[in-house]
Every structure is written in structure tokens, then in C-alpha cells.
Design a protein around this ligand. Structure first.
Ligand code: NAD
Ligand code: WQD
Length: 336
């Protein structure tokens, strides 16, 4: 079985390639390296001892994608390629709609042309907006506060329309909560360009001395310690969820959404303390203002993925922090 992984050199994509290869799948990666480097795929090969066929190609490049489908028999696609910075999306909405929405439409058109109608799509818990917690798949979606989140909602809707137009499609929408952590080899992990937007890479760079101080965004929320609550999930657990989803779409048709989270909420201070324990470092942080757009608390009801995909998260927050610190210390300057 050959799986096309768009965005396969990225953070979640690379960990998923490892799990796919370890499980015996052949993997073809398409990535334009906008937010990653080819070396990541060399490291995937090192971890697995297997080869990754790769194309430097933008998903908006129809001819380039067609070449990939002409040269390979693709059984299913896992579609990670996309831009993901929430703040940037509010300043550059058209870039986000172009890259994420238009790029996805081109991909779906090329898949249709080559009669490949099985796809796992990287969606996000952000589509739930301001619903009561825990989030369930049956809740309404789309009340989203930023263009990035809207791209995820729109792509989910497009895939819904596609299935309604042709019931041979088999589509899995995975709504990720907060992926953090790294592969335990320390060879691959989250390696954002510039100053990180997200909590874990920021903490990790403060701990290694690359950034002076973490600002906790808000200490006056109505939560157990005043800081925001999120559902943090180990990236390897998340990667494994893709294998369960691929197995499912290969044998069925239809469209289903699944929450991929731990089902537990941790505060920002919980994460800081767990990271201090794992790294043995005291973290320099201050409590600052709230960040615009942040919800106080959310976490997953992951029952549907547990029962229908037979997927369960294995790793706890201590293991997540240990693996992040291992990756950070082995790659103090990132992956080059
Ligand atoms: P990432 O930026 O590390 O990986 C995305 C990859 O896609 C990168 O390698 C990038 O170079 C590539 N890419 C982007 N635009 C492309 C294009 N037009 N053509 C070809 N390649 C392109 O991000 P990630 O954290 O691995 O996220 C993967 C997916 O999961 C994204 O769609 C993201 O929106 C979604 N997601 C991420 C999170 C998270 O917190 N990391 C949460 C929910 C959903
Ligand atoms: C986590 C918590 C911050 C940085 C984002 C996207 C979401 C999804 C996952 C893609 C929050 C706090 C952060 C810092 C802090 N991505 N924080 N200081 O915002 O929960 O989710 O990534 O789909 O759509 O919005 O993740 O890691 O940015 O923040 O205090 O320097 O850490 O306020 O409570 P977020 P995050």
C-alpha cells in the first residue's frame, strides 16, 4: 500500500511517516519545504531504515501533483500540507485561503482525476469555536475566530460536499487538539522558524537558553490556577491515530470526523511544572496579559476515536516533556 503524505516533512507529517513506514506502508512525500527542511526526511529514513520517495512540490502546482500520481500508484492520501500560524492568518488571510483552501481543492481535483478517493485530512479542534467542553464531534462547527481556523472549517465542508456528490469517497477528518512532544530518538521534533508562537517550543527554547523568558498569556482565567487549559497530545500518539484512520478509510466509504486528543485538560502552569521536572531546569516565566482570541479552556471527548478507530493515547505529560527536552538538547540549533 502506498500513502501520499502532503506536508510530510513537517512536524506531524514526519512523525506520521515514521509510523507508516514502521507499519509496512510505502510512503511518498510532497512538500514545498516552506516550513520544513529536506533533512527531516533523511532522519525519518534513519529512524526507520526505509526509503521515503519525495517530491519538492507545492500542492497548488497541479502539473507537479499530476506527475506524482502518474509516477506512483497512490492508495490513499494523508493531507497535512498547510499554513498554521493563527496570528499570521489574521494579517495575511488571502495567503491562508490560497495555500490551504485552494491548495486542497487542487489536491482533491487531482485525486479525482486519478480515481484516488481516500483521504485523511488534518483538521483542528479550532473548528469547534466556543462550544461547551469537552468537545464532541456532534457539536456544531464553524464559529471560528480567525482565518486559519476558517480554512480548516471550509476544507471540512468542501470534503463533505465532495462525498455527497460521489459516495465512493472515503474521508476521515482528524480534529487535532494540541500536539506537542517529539520522537523518542530525538532526531525529529517541532522546529519552528524564528520565535515560536506555540507554548511548548517556546518553553523548550527558554529552557535551553535561546530565549530569555516565557510570558504566560493570562493568569486571571476562571480555571483552577488562572491559566488556560488545553488538551496536549504526544505527536507520536497523534501520528498513530493516522494509521488507524488510514486502515479505516481503506476498507470503507463515507465521511467521519474524529477528535484526536487525550481527553484531559492541563493548564499552562501544569505544563511549565512538568517541563521543569523533565529538564531539571527552573523556567524563567512571568504572568502577562491575555492573548487575543484565546479560549479559557477546552479538551476532547475522544470516545469516538477510541471506539470506532480503536485508537488510544498512550503517553502522559511527563513523557511528552521528556521527549521534547531530549529533542531540544540534541538539536539546540534546530534541524538544518
Ligand atoms: P508544519 O508546518 O510543521 O507542517 C506542514 C508542512 O506542509 C510543512 O512541511 C510545509 O513546508 C508544508 N506545506 C505548507 N504549504 C504547502 C504547500 N502549499 N505545498 C506543499 N507543502 C506545503 O505543521 P504541522 O504542525 O505538522 O501541521 C500539519 C497539519 O496539521 C497542518 O495542516 C496544520 O494546520 C494541522 N494542525 C496542526 C496543529 C498543530 O498544533 N501543530 C493542530 C491542528 C491541526
Ligand atoms: C497553548 C496555551 C496560550 C504561548 C493553537 C491553535 C490551534 C491548534 C493548536 C492548529 C494557550 C498559552 C502560549 C506563550 C502562553 N493549531 N501560551 N505563552 O493557542 O491552544 O492552539 O495550536 O490547528 O488552532 O490556536 O496553542 O501552543 O499557542 O497555546 O501562555 O508564549 O499556552 O495562551 O493557553 P493554542 P498554543
Amino acid at each position: 500500500m502506498t500513502i501520499l503524505v502532503t506536508g510530510g516533512a513537517g512536524y506531524i507529517g514526519s512523525h506520521t511517516c515514521v509510523e507508516l513506514l514502521n507499519d509496512g506502508y510505502d510512503v511518498v512525500v510532497v512538500d514545498n519545504y516552506y516550513n520544513s527542511v529536506p533533512e527531516v526526511l533523511n532522519r525519518v529514513e534513519k529512524i526507520t531504515g526505509k526509503t521515503v520517495k519525495r517530491y519538492e512540490c507545492d500542492i497548488r502546482d497541479r502539473e507537479g501533483l499530476e506527475k506524482v500520481f502518474e509516477e506512483n500508484t497512490i492508495d490513499a492520501v494523508i493531507h497535512f500540507a498547510g499554513l498554521k500560524a493563527v496570528g499570521e492568518s489574521t494579517k495575511l488571510p488571502l495567503l491562508y485561503y490560497q495555500n490551504n483552501v485552494y491548495g486542497s481543492v487542487v489536491l482533491f481535483e487531482v485525486m479525482s482525476k486519478f480515481d484516488c478517493k481516500k483521504i485523511v485530512f488534518s483538521s483542528s479542534a479550532t473548528v469547534y469555536g466556543n462550544n461547551p467542553i469537552p468537545y464532541k464531534e456532534t457539536m456544531p462547527t464553524g464559529d471560528v475566530s480567525n482565518p486559519y481556523g476558517r480554512t480548516k472549517h471550509f476544507i471540512e465542508q468542501i470534503l463533505g460536499d465532495l462525498y455527497r456528490s460521489d459516495d465512493q469517497w472515503s474521508i476521515s477528518l482528524l480534529r487535532y487538539f494540541n500536539p506537542i512532544g517529539a520522537h523518542e530518538s530525538g532526531l525529529i521534533g517541532e522546529d519552528p522558524n524564528g520565535i515560536p508562537n506555540n507554548l511548548m517550543p517556546y518553553i523548550s527554547r527558554v529552557a535551553i537558553g535561546k530565549l530569555p523568558q516565557l510570558t504566560v498569556f493570562g493568569g486571571d482565567y476562571d480555571t483552577k490556577d488562572g491559566t488556560c487549559i488545553r488538551d496536549y497530545i504526544h505527536v507520536v500518539d497523534l501520528a498513530k491515530a493516522h494509521l488507524c484512520a488510514v486502515a479505516k478509510i481503506l476498507e470503507t466509504t463515507g465521511i467521519e470526523a474524529y477528535n484526536i486528543g487525550n481527553g484531559k485538560g492541563y493548564s499552562v502552569l501544569d505544563i511549565i511544572h512538568a517541563f521543569e521536572k523533565a529538564s531539571g531546569k527552573k523556567l524563567n516565566y512571568v504572568i502577562g496579559d491575555r492573548r487575543e482570541g484565546d479560549l479559557p479552556a477546552y479538551y476532547a471527548d475522544a470516545e469516538k476515536a477510541n471506539t470506532e478507530l480503536n485508537w488510544h493515547a498512550e503517553y502522559d505529560i511527563d513523557k511528552i516533556c521528556e521527549d521534547t527536552w531530549n529533542f531540544q538538547t540534541k538539536n539546540p540549533d534546530g534541524i538544518k
